[in-house]
Design a binder for this molecule. Sequence first.
Ligand code: HEC
Ligand code: HEC
Ligand code: HEC
Ligand code: HEC
Length: 110
Amino acid sequence: MDKKLILTLFAVFMLFFTHDTSAKTMKPHHKNAGLACADCHTSKPFEAAEMEQCLTCHELPQKKEDYHGAPDKHDSPHYGVELECENCHAEHESSENFCNSCHEFEFNVP
Ligand code: HEC
Ligand code: HEC
Ligand code: HEC
Ligand code: HEC
């Protein structure tokens, strides 16, 4: 192979490679369900997804009887059902237990 061809192949490879690693990864529950980026991102270039977008697929999770001994994080005495999903459920990084900035509840956020 001549040098130019190798360089061109290398450049093409790097383009795909860097494109791929800079892409955002989805949570397994969404990836496995076959979601596309555009299911949450309605604008281009992508901006942070709004809570209304989550609610096109998910009902506001209703109050449940059993919350593993912990209170209902989807309907708390402080915020009711108004707390933005993003406070707990991150899509592109680890989710967070928002309540535990003050409490010590034992629930894991998917
Ligand atoms: C289930 C919904 C969902 C899906 C699917 C999703 N995203 Fe996101 N994305 C979000 C949310 C929520 C944020 C803002 C908070 C965060 O960064 O986690 C975000 C933030 C981003 C941002 C940063 C935007 C900014 O200006 O802050 C980019 C870029 C992005 N997503 C790209 C992608 C790509 C590429 C895909 C497909 C591989 C994808 N997203 C799939 C929900 C989603
Ligand atoms: C296009 C439809 C769609 C959108 C938009 C969407 N989801 Fe989902 N989501 C699903 C499907 C399908 C599943 C997998 C089946 C299930 O658990 O309901 C899922 C699963 C989940 C789960 C995991 C459930 C579990 O039992 O572990 C969470 C948490 C979740 N979604 C939160 C969000 C949040 C937060 C947003 C907004 C940023 C969002 N979803 C946007 C369709 C969607
Ligand atoms: C205060 C943190 C917090 C916020 C805010 C929050 N969630 Fe959750 N969510 C959780 C936790 C923790 C679970 C794990 C299930 C459990 O422990 O009951 C969960 C579970 C889920 C599930 C799986 C089904 C279920 O009910 O167990 C879905 C879907 C979901 N959340 C969607 C949402 C959506 C949509 C929003 C925004 C309207 C939201 N959540 C806001 C903490 C939160
Ligand atoms: C900024 C701090 C802070 C955050 C964040 C917070 N709490 Fe609280 N919470 C408090 C304080 C302070 C009290 C009152 C003192 C007490 O009872 O411990 C309280 C009390 C409570 C109570 C008892 C109140 C009653 O009516 O019996 C529940 C249940 C509760 N929080 C649930 C939650 C849930 C669920 C979340 C997450 C969605 C959350 N808290 C987030 C500070 C916080």
